[in-house]
Design a protein around this ligand. Structure first.
Ligand SMILES: [Zn+2]
Length: 179
C-alpha cells in the first residue's frame, strides 16, 4: 500500500521534470543566449513550482483508500438510478398512457383519413394534419382522385371539421380499435 501511494506522484514528478528540462533545452535552442537571466530564473522557478505541485504528497488513511472507490461506485449507481427513474417518468407521461394517441387513421365513408395530435397550451390534444388516402392502394388523394387507381372520391369527401368531429366521437365512444 505504501509503495503504491508514493509511486504515482513520483512518476508524474519525473515526467514533469523531464518535460521541464526538455522545455528549457528548446527555449535555449531557439532563443539562445539573448534571453535575460531574470526571465530565465522566473521561468525555472515556474517550472519547478509546477513540478513541485505534482510531486507533493499527502497522508491518507488506509480506510479512506478502501472507502473512496466504494463511495465513487455508490455515487455512480445513485446517478444511474436517478436517470432510470427520470426515464420511467418520461415514458409514463408519453404515448402508452394515452391510448387514443395510437389511433391515427380510420375510414369514414370509404375514404382513409390519417391525422396527428398536438398538445395545445392548456395541455389538451388537438387533431391536426388530417389527410386523405385511397383505402385500396393507400396513396394520397389528389384533387379528389387517387393518382394510382384513378378512383374518384369527390362525392364522399367530408369537410375537415366534420372529420375532426367524427374522430373525436370515435375516441369518446371507444372506436372499433378499442382505443
Ligand atoms: Zn387508389
Amino acid at each position: 500500500m505504501k509503495k503504491n501511494r508514493s509511486k504515482n506522484p513520483w512518476v508524474i514528478g519525473t515526467g514533469s521534470s523531464i518535460l521541464a528540462v526538455l522545455g528549457i533545452r528548446l527555449i535555449d535552442y531557439f532563443v539562445g543566449t539573448k534571453i535575460l537571466s531574470s526571465v530565465w530564473q522566473g521561468l525555472l522557478w515556474t517550472l519547478s513550482t509546477i513540478s513541485n505541485f505534482f510531486t507533493q504528497k499527502f497522508e491518507v488513511t488506509f480506510w479512506f483508500l478502501i472507502l473512496l472507490p466504494i463511495i465513487v461506485l455508490g455515487l455512480i449507481l445513485l446517478i444511474l438510478w436517478i436517470i432510470s427513474k427520470l426515464q420511467e417518468v418520461n415514458s409514463e407521461s408519453s404515448a402508452p398512457q394515452i391510448p387514443f394517441l395510437r389511433y391515427t387513421q380510420d375510414i369514414f365513408d370509404g375514404i382513409l383519413y390519417r391525422w396527428e395530435y398536438v398538445k395545445n397550451y392548456s395541455g389538451k390534444y388537438e387533431i391536426t394534419d388530417i389527410s386523405l388516402y385511397c383505402p385500396d392502394c393507400k396513396c394520397s388523394i389528389i384533387y379528389d382522385k387517387c393518382p394510382v387507381c384513378k378512383k374518384y372520391y369527390g362525392r364522399n369527401r367530408k369537410d375537415m371539421v366534420e372529420i375532426d368531429a367524427l374522430i373525436r366521437h370515435r375516441i369518446e365512444n371507444k372506436n372499433q380499435h378499442g382505443y
